[in-house]
Design a protein around this ligand. Structure first.
Ligand SMILES: Nc1ncnc2c1ncn2[C@@H]1O[C@H](COP(=O)(O)OP(=O)(O)OP(=O)(O)O)[C@@H](O)[C@H]1O
Length: 270
């Protein structure tokens, strides 16, 4: 069966049993966050996603844009099967690699090498697969002898290097990425981006939530604007970013795409 994701009128609601509900407005809708309402049993709920209809297939590379609390992370969790829809349905076909938090699955007390294996298992790889690529990952991280030391001795950026090395080595059918890649130095980031691009090329489906339009343009070819838990707009990245942030941001995306195209041509010629 082919890789794919389908959602039909899917909602994700979080019941908040300890909300101070007396002071809540009837249906509050602020700038940030999903709508706060009540379910039929009068319990306060945050409507993180409302009526999501999606059909993703092999080769789709979708970027998610939207305000804080718009529902991007919740959507990634719905698409990964971590959250069940509270109404409607979500069907996921394929091996999912959810990359939401680079630190998840890392143990501070064991060595860098051991953490590479453990993190790989979390992302759906087998021990044998990880052993086959451990040296290549170790080289990429440039952590040298530190890889023999417990992870607790690493700085934040060193941990990110390790996690990025593992994440970019896997072969997922469905890759769900939440932005969280910041604490590395510029030179390493350049190297990591190339690996990230290769990872995306190997993946069947990519959904990537990010506040960096440049990063989105590099990895995705279409985008969705999530607004108060709903899909407000979908289409080409430039169009969606223009709708969400205005023409200047859209032009920046266009320039990034042109630069990527030129870089690709230079690569093919050389
Ligand atoms: N575990 C939870 N319990 C209750 N409410 C939640 C929970 N997780 C998310 N929410 C709510 O769901 C809404 C969507 O949050 P989500 O994290 O998906 O937004 P986001 O678009 O990823 O935001 P950001 O750009 O700030 O990371 C918000 O209103 C948030 O308050």
């Amino acid at each position: 069966m082919s890789v794919g994701i389908e959602t039909h009128q899917a909602w994700v609601e979080f019941p908040i049993f300890d909300a101070k509900s007396r002071s809540l407005k009837k249906a509050f809708l602020g700038k940030a966050g999903g709508a706060i309402g009540r379910n039929p049993s009068k319990v306060v709920v945050v409507e993180a996603l409302r009526d999501i209809n999606l059909s993703l297939k092999e080769g789709d590379r979708v970027g998610l844009v939207g305000h804080n609390g718009a529902g991007k992370s919740t959507l990634l969790r719905l698409l990964s099967g971590i959250y069940e829809p509270s109404r409607g349905s979500a069907q996921i076909r394929g091996r999912v690699a959810p990359v939401f938090d680079l630190g998840v699955g890392m143990d501070p007390e064991i060595s860098g090498y051991e953490n590479i294996i453990i993190r790989g298992l979390f992302l759906g790889q087998t021990r044998k697969q990880m052993l086959a690529k451990i040296e290549e990952i170790a080289d990429f991280t440039e952590l040298g002898d530190y890889l023999e030391m417990p992870l607790r001795t690493y700085s934040t950026g060193m941990r990110v290097r390790l996690a990025m090395g593992v994440v970019t080595s896997i072969d997922p059918e469905i890759l769900l990425l939440d932005e969280g890649i910041g604490a590395v130095d510029a030179e390493f980031m350049k190297k990591a981006r190339i690996r990230l691009q290769k990872l995306v090329e190997r993946s069947g489906i990519l959904v990537f939530a990010s506040h960096s339009n440049e990063f989105l343009a590099q990895l995705c070819d279409t985008a969705m604007w999530i607004d108060h838990g709903q899909i407000r707009e979908r289409g080409g990245i430039q169009d969606v970013v223009t709708a969400y942030e205005g023409p200047e941001a859209g032009e920046h995306v266009a320039r990034t795409l042109q630069e990527l195209e030129a870089e690709k041509k230079r690569g093919e010629q050389g």
